[in-house]
Write a protein that binds this ligand. Structure first.
Ligand SMILES: Cc1cc2nc3c(=O)[nH]c(=O)nc-3n(C[C@H](O)[C@H](O)[C@H](O)COP(=O)(O)O)c2cc1C
Length: 195
């Protein structure tokens, strides 16, 4: 199963359409694809309570993440798409990534040694960032902010897609070259994670 997640506040925005095209490509291969638009979910940022150390899931909150955890566990293929907000992922994406903290096992050393319960399972991801500006510097740390946490959790990043010069809602639909590339990444991700 492939789980696609996008983190724009705008329905039918550029991130939404980009995600749909990645899933379109993956779906052509017969891959079971699910999508989640984080703006449709209500969830808290991680409270740092550390209850998940013992409970192995987040028991502090029963919220939108409670619905997403089983999908994250089930999906060997993950797609994350975020618009650039202030040189970074959106607050929805940041909170989503922080709430994956419950997938770690920690030891009692200082600093704590850790491992991920999602690691060593052939999990692969594609990440994409969409920016208004033309200079790649204006992407800031958006791709880093998705790549580093996913790698720590045990995902191999199959591809990173920076998209520049897009501001208006849905304007990406006028760029068939980008959409075709997105579909091709979807096909590649599906092929890489097919069992
Ligand atoms: C709060 C906010 C902050 C933004 N910060 C940046 C930025 O740092 N760099 C940039 O290139 N674009 C920035 N943008 C523009 C968006 O990334 C751009 O409009 C993008 O196409 C939005 O994608 P979406 O339609 O998926 O929401 C920002 C937009 C908003 C609303």
């Amino acid at each position: 199963m492939l789980l696609g997640i996008e983190a724009s506040p705008r329905k039918n925005g550029n991130s939404h359409i980009l995600l749909q095209n990645i899933l379109l490509g993956a779906g052509e291969t017969g891959m079971d694809c699910r999508e989640a638009h984080l703006r449709d979910y209500r969830y808290e940022p991680c409270a740092g309570c550390e209850r998940c150390r013992k409970d192995k899931t987040c028991t502090r909150f029963q919220d939108g993440m409670t619905l997403l955890y089983p999908l994250v566990e089930q999906a060997r293929a993950l797609v994350l798409v975020s618009p650039v907000h202030n040189y970074n992922v959106t607050a929805w994406m940041k909170a989503f990534l922080d709430r994956l903290y419950c997938f770690y096992d920690f030891q009692d050393t200082r600093p704590r040694a850790w491992s991920s319960r999602l690691a060593n399972q052939n999990r692969k991801a594609v990440i994409a960032a969409i920016a208004e500006q033309a200079d790649p510097k204006d992407l800031g740390i958006t791709l880093d902010a998705m790549r580093l946490p996913l790698e720590a959790l045990g995902y191999e990043i199959l591809a990173e897609l920076p998209v520049l010069r897009l501001f208006d809602r849905g304007h990406i639909a006028q760029h068939p070259d980008i959409l075709e590339h997105a579909q091709s990444l979807g096909r590649q991700l599906a092929a890489a994670t097919a069992e």
